[in-house]
Design a protein around this ligand. Structure first.
Ligand code: TIU
Length: 231
């Protein structure tokens, strides 16, 4: 028998594979790696041989999602894939991959590629963090590995996560899987995430919500509209 009664304060969103229930007071929006290094020419994404133009298409939707989260008072977390200037947090195996002339730490048109503090490593202006939001620098693909994210969420009693950002099958999916194993319920906003490979984005959406939501839920941004006025 299905228990359909929800705790007071719980909201519900039309999602796949079924409704996503969450307590807005215990919810955070995690925006993954919306950095110049991935979205603009001359950064890490392009150095790996990718067409970066595909990623810019989601910026208006991510901006609208950020506006929604801010209006509703949710915790907002931005991540940046980045390494220390001395690259002590960059495993040799990661450094060794990619185009031989432009690797992590090399000089590009936006400064040293994927290095903390360089112009290319910044979050794009249109999605810039505002006061009170967390910015998490991460040396890996996942947002929890070698960061303080888990502690920051735990100290605020966060239990539910909305995910957006790039790229769907790399840093977003890795972070969602890390969150899943840590006990969070996660919802991926379908039109607020992008990949250099549209087929990989689609496959990731399918994987996340398969087997009854083996990793989490997915829904378009429009599914949040009915919540305006409720939380
Ligand atoms: N290469 C690729 O698709 N992604 C990354 O390297 N990092 C993130 O996804 N942020």
């Amino acid at each position: 028998m299905t228990n359909t009664s929800l705790e007071p304060g719980t909201l519900s969103i039309d999602a796949q594979p079924g409704p996503f229930h969450f307590d807005p007071a215990r919810t955070a929006l995690i925006v993954i790696d919306m950095q110049r290094d991935f979205i603009e020419p001359g950064g890490f994404g392009e150095s790996l041989g990718n067409d970066v133009t595909l990623l810019a298409e989601i910026v208006p939707t991510v901006a609208a999602l950020l506006d929604f989260a801010r209006r509703h008072g949710w915790l907002v977390v931005h991540t940046r894939e980045s390494h220390a200037p001395d690259m002590s947090d960059c495993p040799p195996a990661k450094h060794a991959r990619g185009a031989p002339d432009t690797r992590i730490g090399d000089h590009g048109p936006m400064g040293r590629i994927l290095i903390r503090g360089e112009p290319g490593n910044a979050i794009i202006d249109a999605l810039a963090p505002v006061a009170g939001e967390l910015v998490i620098d991460k040396p890996g693909k996942g947002a929890f590995y070698a960061t303080r994210l888990g502690e920051e969420l735990a100290m605020r009693g966060i239990t539910h996560l909305f995910f957006a950002g790039v790229t769907t099958e790399v840093c977003v999916q890795t972070s969602m899987r890390e969150a899943n194993d840590r006990g969070y319920d996660s919802l991926l906003i379908e039109d607020a995430t992008a990949s250099y490979f549209p087929a990989f984005k689609q496959a990731t959406l399918d994987m996340v919500r398969s087997q009854g939501g083996i990793v989490g839920w997915t829904a378009p941004f429009s599914s949040l509209k009915p919540l305006d006025g409720q939380s």
